[in-house]
Write a protein that binds this ligand. Structure first.
Ligand code: PNS
Length: 163
């Protein structure tokens, strides 16, 4: 039984994240999406951890082998706690590489039994990020197609943007 862990802040989950989760779900028996609290990141997340978990649960309802959990510990410790031996991350443009390379090296240093694997983003989502989505929504732009439908509605409610 191979379990993959797809971690992130997911503030909010985008269509790019969802694509990576769907592709991981096809590769592993079980996939756990690990939502980091990330309370100290930037000015703090727009959506609470509970809201982010709920949005991902709705967006992944069609994937029976995917579950969503929040965590506020070291990622490798959480992987050990839930019995996942592989961290799965999406890789977009080259700008992701340096940061992801550093994180995977540190995670390996912390627990070398937990492997990190990368899935390349498809060209359509190569330059998509949660921050860009929030910026577009904050200025009243439409994020339809860039995020799952449920997130589009949640952003519209939170930011009075259009969906
Ligand atoms: O979506 P993000 O913000 O790029 O995800 C980053 C995340 C949450 C995967 C990363 O910050 C993380 O693993 N946080 C948990 C704390 C931890 O284990 N830090 C050491 C890794 S360098």
């Amino acid at each position: 039984m191979k379990c993959g862990l797809v971690p992130g802040t997911f503030d909010p989950v985008t269509s790019g994240h969802l694509d990576i989760i769907e592709r991981a779900a096809a590769l592993f028996d079980e996939v756990i999406v690990a939502v980091a609290h990330s309370d100290k990141k930037g000015g703090g997340p727009l959506f609470s951890a509970t809201e982010r978990v709920s949005l991902i649960e709705t967006a992944t309802a069609h994937l029976p082998n995917v579950s969503v959990r929040e965590f506020d510990t070291l990622l490798v410790d959480f992987a050990h706690e839930v019995g996942a031996s592989i961290i799965v991350k999406g890789l977009r443009a080259m700008t992701d590489f340096e940061c992801e390379f550093q994180m995977s090296a540190l995670n390996w240093r912390l627990n070398s039994r937990v492997e990190t694997m990368f899935i390349m983003a498809i060209p359509e989502f190569m330059f998509l990020s949660s921050s860009a989505v929030k910026e577009i929504a904050a200025h009243g732009g439409s994020v339809r197609g860039l995020v799952p439908e449920v997130v589009c509605d949640a952003l519209a409610r939170k930011m009075s943007s259009t969906c």
